[in-house]
Design a protein around this ligand. Structure first.
Ligand code: ADP
Ligand code: MN
Ligand code: MN
Ligand code: MN
Length: 362
């Protein structure tokens, strides 16, 4: 038997969450294509996306990978959500990224790399936190090894293996600054066959998040993408976003293109903050390797800046920049769309929202 797991984003406030359901899948031929996966629908009144009286939402398959959990012949299918009248649902943030790319950003071939931080929660506290009080202060946990400082590696490792087997553009992983906190990266790896385009990498990040929840579920542990899971003198969790255009990657004028991009970012700081995740102010305090939410700073090799130009990029004179502002719970479709719109100077009306992160203003 083979199955397709259809995955989509719901209407949770203030940030969409993942949902999925399964259908039997009989491949048409040997080489599976996107069009082999039929459209489907679900009850939008149960996902905060429709009223009970007219509750069908449509699932349009837009990307797929192998399903490494069910094994050979099974698939994970990322979907966009549409209304019954065929218009993208207002929570369909991927359609907004498509619109920005189609409006001109695509001609600059934007590549992305996301660094997704997360915290494993066991009961009421992060893995590695004692039942009462706190563990020893931060310092030894980042990139650590050993049972007294690395907590949850089995989950992080199993997740990495599954991403690899699914064929995602999985770059790497590391233990983070707070106990129970980890990071994985999805994005450009310097491999010619990879598709590091904004849309593909954002799709892969959502599939990778789904796999992480799935693995942790088996282990009876929760995955939190909260930006500040533990208040006080503990690092928050972010989603640093590395971004480049063909001009920025060019040995001919790359660094100048990066500097132009940074000055455009300096002028649109608030528009970016608005789409970079829920309760971001708790994380962007100016402490714990962040720049204050009310400030914009850029610098080569500066991990206290909003935008960091990696030292290697500054030395080489070409490459990419790192936007350190997005929080761990940000929507990669919106972060990618916002960056592409600002850097490539695309009309951003479609990214201006009402009072939530994903719903367009009426
Ligand atoms: P950090 O030093 O900030 O922890 P990581 O090693 O965690 O950085 O991640 C580096 C990220 O940079 C990866 O996600 C990778 O895909 C991304 N990256 C590298 N080169 C480029 C590029 N030219 N364009 C976009 N992203 C890139
Ligand atoms: Mn990193
Ligand atoms: Mn990190
Ligand atoms: Mn980083």
């Amino acid at each position: 038997m083979t199955f397709a797991e259809y995955i989509w984003l719901d209407g949770a406030e203030p940030i969409s969450e993942l949902r999925s359901k399964t259908r039997f899948f009989k491949p048409a031929g040997k080489a599976i294509k996107l069009s082999d996966f039929p459209e489907w629908s679900y009850d939008g009144s149960s996902t905060n996306q429709a009223d009970g009286s007219d509750s069908d939402c449509l699932l349009q398959p837009v990307a797929f990978s192998k399903d490494p959990i069910r094994g050979d012949g099974n698939y994970l299918v990322m979907c966009e959500v549409f209304r019954p009248d065929g218009a993208p649902h207002e929570t369909n943030t991927r359609s907004k990224l498509r619109a920005i790319l189609n409006a001109g950003a695509q001609s600059e071939d934007p590549w992305i790399g996301f660094e997704q931080e997360y915290t494993l929660i066991d009961g009421a506290r992060p893995l590695g936190f004692p039942e009462h009080g706190y563990p020893a202060p931060q310092g030894p946990y980042y990139c650590a090894i050993g049972a007294d400082r690395a907590f949850g590696r089995d989950i992080a490792e199993r997740h990495a293996a599954l991403c690899e087997q699914a064929g995602l553009v999985f770059y790497g992983l590391n233990a983070e600054v707070m106990p129970g906190q980890w990071e994985f990266q999805i994005g450009y790896r310097g491999i010619a066959e990879d598709d590091a385009s904004a849309l593909n990498i954002a799709d892969h990040l959502w599939i990778a998040r789904w796999l992480l929840h799935r693995v942790a579920e088996d282990a009876g542990v929760l995955v939190s993408f909260d930006n500040k899971p533990v208040k006080g003198d503990w690092n928050g969790a972010g989603m640093h976003t590395n971004f480049s255009t063909s001009r920025m990657r060019s040995a001919n004028g790359g660094l100048e293109a990066i500097e132009r991009a940074v000055s455009r970012l300096a002028h649109s700081h608030d528009d970016h903050i608005a789409l970079y995740g829920d309760r971001l102010h708790e994380r962007l305090t100016g402490l714990h390797e962040t720049c204050s939410i009310s400030e914009f700073r850029s610098g080569a090799g500066d991990r206290g800046a909003s935008i960091r130009i990696p030292l290697g990029v500054a030395m080489k004179g070409a490459g990419y920049f790192e936007d350190r502002r997005p929080g761990a719970n940000a929507d990669p479709y919106l972060v990618a769309a916002r960056l592409a719109a600002t850097v490539c100077e695309i009309d951003d009306a479609i990214l201006r929202f009402g009072d939530t992160n994903h719903k367009a203003a009426a």
